[in-house]
Design a protein around this ligand. Structure first.
Ligand code: NAP
Length: 248
C-alpha cells in the first residue's frame, strides 16, 4: 500500500523540498499551505508530472477547525495517513524581547506550537493502535534557535522551537508503544524565504561564517534528514532531535 504523508507548510522552502523528495521515495503527498496557492500548486504539478500522487489544501494550522478539515480531506482523497511532518512555522520582524507585544507572541506560538499539537493530535487519532490504526511516524521542525535563543532577532520564535523539542520528547514517549515514532529535526541557517519575514533576506549569508562548515544549508539537506527519520531505517529512533546545522 502506498504510504501517505502530510506535510504542513509544503508550498515553499523545507516543506516543498520534503514533498518533492517524499514523492520520489514513493509517498502519496499532501501539502498544506496558508495563502500561497500558486506555489503549492507548482509543487503538486511537479510531483504529478513525475507520475507521483499529490494534493494541496489551504488550511491554517493554528485554527482547530481548519486542521480537522485538513485531515478529513486527506482521509477522503488518500485514505489513512502514515506520516506527518509538522513543518509550518513562522517568525516575524527581528526585535528585542522588550519590544514584543502580546499579539505577536500569540501569532508565533499559535502557528508554531499550537498548530503542531493540533496536527499531531489528529495524526495520533488515526495512526495509534489505541484507535485501531496501524502506526506511523511524525517529524517536527524545531530549530537550532531552540539551543541558541536568537537574541536580538526573535527569542519568541526560538522559545516556540524549545517547546517543540519538549513536545517531541513527551509525545514520543506517550505513543511509543502504540506504533508511532516521533522525532524532530533542528535545522540551522537554511536558504529559504523565511529570513525575509524577519526583515533580513540575506541572513544566511551574514551568518554562514559562524557555521563550522562555513556555509548555509539547503532545504534538500533538511528534507533528507526528515525522510530518513520517517523511514523504516529509523525504526528504533524515537524522541530524537537531529541537528541539521553544519555543526552550528
Ligand atoms: P518558509 O520558506 O517561510 O515556508 C513556510 C511554509 O509554511 C509555507 O509553505 C507557508 O505557506 C506555510 N505556513 C506558514 N504559516 C502557516 C500556517 N499558519 N498554516 C499552514 N501553513 C503555514 O519556511 P522554511 O524556512 O521552509 O521553514 C520550514 C520550517 O523549518 C519552519 O517550522 C521553520 O521554523 C523551520 N526552520 C527553518 C530554518 C531556516 O533557516 N529556513 C531554520 C530552522 C528551522 P504559504 O506559502 O501559503 O505562506
Amino acid at each position: 500500500m502506498t504510504p501517505t504523508l502530510l506535510i504542513t507548510g509544503g508550498s515553499r522552502g523545507i516543506g516543498a523540498a520534503t514533498a518533492r523528495l517524499a514523492a520520489q521515495r514513493g509517498y502519496a503527498v499532501c501539502i498544506s499551505y496558508l495563502r500561497n496557492k500558486s506555489a503549492a500548486e507548482a509543487v503538486v504539478d511537479d510531483i504529478l508530472a513525475l507520475g507521483g500522487r499529490a494534493m494541496a489544501i489551504a488550511a491554517d494550522v493554528g485554527i482547530e477547525t481548519e486542521v480537522i478539515r485538513l485531515f478529513g480531506a486527506v482521509n477522503a482523497q488518500f485514505g489513512s495517513i502514515s506520516a506527518l511532518v509538522n513543518n509550518a512555522g513562522i517568525l516575524e520582524q527581528q526585535m528585542r524581547v522588550d519590544q514584543m507585544d502580546a499579539a505577536r507572541l500569540l501569532r508565533i506560538f499559535t502557528t508554531n506550537v499550537v498548530g503542531s499539537f493540533l496536527c499531531a493530535r489528529e495524526a495520533v487519532r488515526r495512526m495509534s493502535s489505541r484507535y485501531g490504526g496501524s502506526g506511523g511516524a511524525i517529524v517536527n521542525l524545531s530549530s537550532g534557535a531552540a539551543r541558541l535563543g536568537a537574541p536580538g532577532e526573535y527569542v519568541d520564535y526560538a522559545a516556540s522551537k524549545g517547546a517543540i523539542d519538549t513536545f517531541t520528547i513527551g509525545l514520543a514517549r506517550e505513543v511509543a508503544d502504540e506504533g508511532i515514532r516521533v522525532n524532530a529535526v533542528r535545522p540551522g541557517v537554511i536558504y529559504t524565504e523565511i529570513h525575509a519575514d524577519g526583515g533580513e533576506p540575506q541572513r544566511v549569508d551574514r551568518l554562514k561564517a559562524t557555521v563550522p562548515m562555513q556555509r548555509g544549508g539547503q532545504a534538500e539537506e533538511v528534507a533528507n534528514a526528515i525522510l530518513w527519520l520517517l523511514s523504516d531505517e529509523a525504526s528504533y529512533v524515537t524522541g530524537a532531535i537531529l541537528d541539521v546545522t553544519g555543526g552550528r
